[in-house]
Design a protein around this ligand. Sequence first.
Ligand SMILES: Cc1cc2nc3c(=O)[nH]c(=O)nc-3n(C[C@H](O)[C@H](O)[C@H](O)COP(=O)(O)O)c2cc1C
Length: 191
Amino acid sequence: MKVTAFNGSPRKNGNTSIAINTVLDILKEEGFKTEIVHIGGKIVKGCTDCGICKKNKDGFCAIDDDIFNDCLKKMYDSEGIIIGSPVYFGSITPETKALIDRAGYCSRANDNKLKRKVGAAVVCLRRGGGVDAFNQINNLFYLNQFIIPCSIYWNMGLGRKIGEVKNDIEGIKTYRVLGENMAWTLKKLYT
Ligand SMILES: Cc1cc2nc3c(=O)[nH]c(=O)nc-3n(C[C@H](O)[C@H](O)[C@H](O)COP(=O)(O)O)c2cc1C
């Protein structure tokens, strides 16, 4: 079984990457294949509402000159999906939002192709807007019939400079318990 994580931060080795890898380390210990895909700072265009996904019904997006369709293929090929983002002005990053909008629309245009995958949101921030960003990612999961494992708190950790999230003991514990519960849920559903 595979879990693919998407990192919406342009800081490839920043706090969100550390947070995501904290979850993935637990999943690896539990025997899962894992991959992290860095989308932050790359071109992920927004949905244009062209409606071609609903006409073509080939599973993919008509915009094919950016990294999105490769990301979507990785989602289709995984049982578990993690989407992580830093908080920027109370929100997820633009790349993360574009990924969510297009994945959600393509899935819904194709008989809910992402249905019953296990999805988890991971957020990093300095101080405020964490729950908003967390909910923004969960909107993809809720509207596409995902199964969402939980943890001991909203899945967020605090830090500004790269590496500072490691000092947030409760945040790191939250990510680790999320990894345990994601592994448990995936095994119940898929073995
Ligand atoms: C443009 C920008 C906007 C930000 N806005 C917020 C914010 O609204 N709330 C907050 O708590 N932190 C905010 N931050 C801080 C980041 O969320 C924080 O540094 C986070 O750890 C970055 O994660 P990364 O290392 O994965 O990029 C902002 C940072 C940037 C660059």
